[in-house]
Design a protein around this ligand. Structure first.
Ligand SMILES: Cc1cc2nc3c(=O)[nH]c(=O)nc-3n(C[C@H](O)[C@H](O)[C@H](O)COP(=O)(O)O)c2cc1C
Length: 184
């Protein structure tokens, strides 16, 4: 069982990479294999094609999208490490989500958010988005405050967060296993 930890910020100097690194470290030794997937490395184009991702048969209009498709397809579940931009979804990650469709279908996803307001709003916006791909969104969320859990942009999570993250992994792994069986 492979679970992809997707770094949802593509900004230079992003703090999200450190958050994802921490999530990855905390996942070591668990039953599932967790792999970091760095959105920035894919240099994805903005979706400008007439092609509709749900009907493309996983054969896309740009080789970068095909690479992204293969990386997402190889995972049975996901952790979205998501910032909150303007009280909403980060455009780079939303675009990356929109570029694909069958790769996400009927899989599980959990959220680790961060921001001045800990990213609670952005996760509430992700939930109806992923529902369109029939995804099972894990209720347990880890929400990191840039005011409390970071020092000079470096993550120093409060004591409760590793326990919250472990609970999130527990739910995610159970849902991922169940949905893998369901998809057959
Ligand atoms: C375009 C933009 C909009 C932002 N809007 C919000 C916001 O609505 N809420 C919030 O908590 N933080 C907001 N922030 C602050 C981010 O939480 C902070 O910059 C964080 O470092 C962004 O994550 P990143 O460095 O991984 O890209 C915003 C940052 C940017 C760049």
């Amino acid at each position: 069982m492979k679970i992809g930890i997707i770094i949802g910020s593509v900004r230079d100097g992003r703090i999200g990479a450190g958050v994802a690194q921490w999530v990855h470290e905390q996942a070591q030794g668990r039953e599932a294999t967790y792999e970091l997937i760095d959105l920035k490395e894919f240099d994805l184009p903005v979706l400008t094609t007439h092609q509709i991702p749900s009907t493309a048969g996983k054969d896309y209009w740009d080789e970068r999208v095909n690479r992204w498709s293969a990386a997402v397809d190889a995972c049975q579940g996901y952790v979205f490490v998501t910032p909150e931009y303007n009280h909403g979804l980060p455009g780079g990650l939303k675009n990356a989500f929109d570029l694909l469709f069958p790769e996400w279908w009927s899989k599980a996803v959990a959220f680790v958010s961060y921001g001045a307001a800990s990213g609670f709003r952005v996760v509430e916006q992700w939930r109806p988005v992923v529902a369109n791909a029939n995804m099972f969104d894990i209720k347990a969320q880890v929400a990191l405050s840039t005011m409390i859990d970071f020092t000079d942009g470096v993550l120093q999570p409060a004591e409760r967060h590793p326990t919250e993250l472990a609970a999130m992994f527990d739910s995610l792994e159970k849902a991922t296993a169940a949905l893998t069986t369901m998809r057959g």
